[in-house]
Design a protein around this ligand. Sequence first.
Ligand code: SF4
Length: 135
Amino acid sequence: MTLPTCEQALASAREGSPFSNGTEGYAWMENNCERCVHDAATRRDDWANGCPLILVALLGKTPAEWLRKDHAHMGDQYTCIYFRDEDDGGPGEPTPIPDPPGQEGLFPRDEFERPCLMFADTAPRLAERETAGAL
Ligand code: SF4
């Protein structure tokens, strides 16, 4: 699953900042980007390979890849379709699942396939583990 380039993300972004103020932005990024594999490079001070969607947000536009949630609260305003926890190994099978070898599909799949698939957030968050007494 490949992220769009910064130019592609800027071209498809919605006008307007995604957050009302810095506190909202930092809260959301702490819950998402700071544990996402796509911005892991910046946590190792490799700033040239950070997530382009964050750059779009910092430029005052809302990435199309961020889906606004209804009745959202601080730090949970959007679902990023590219989010993937750094510790999440993924579903363990190629996506989309290929047709079985030697068999033809009943109909073309191209028009039904999305450019990316959301990974389920399966890795428990640190706070949830602490609440459960696991740490
Ligand atoms: S892919 Fe989404 S959640 Fe991950 S770092 Fe980029 S903007 Fe944040």
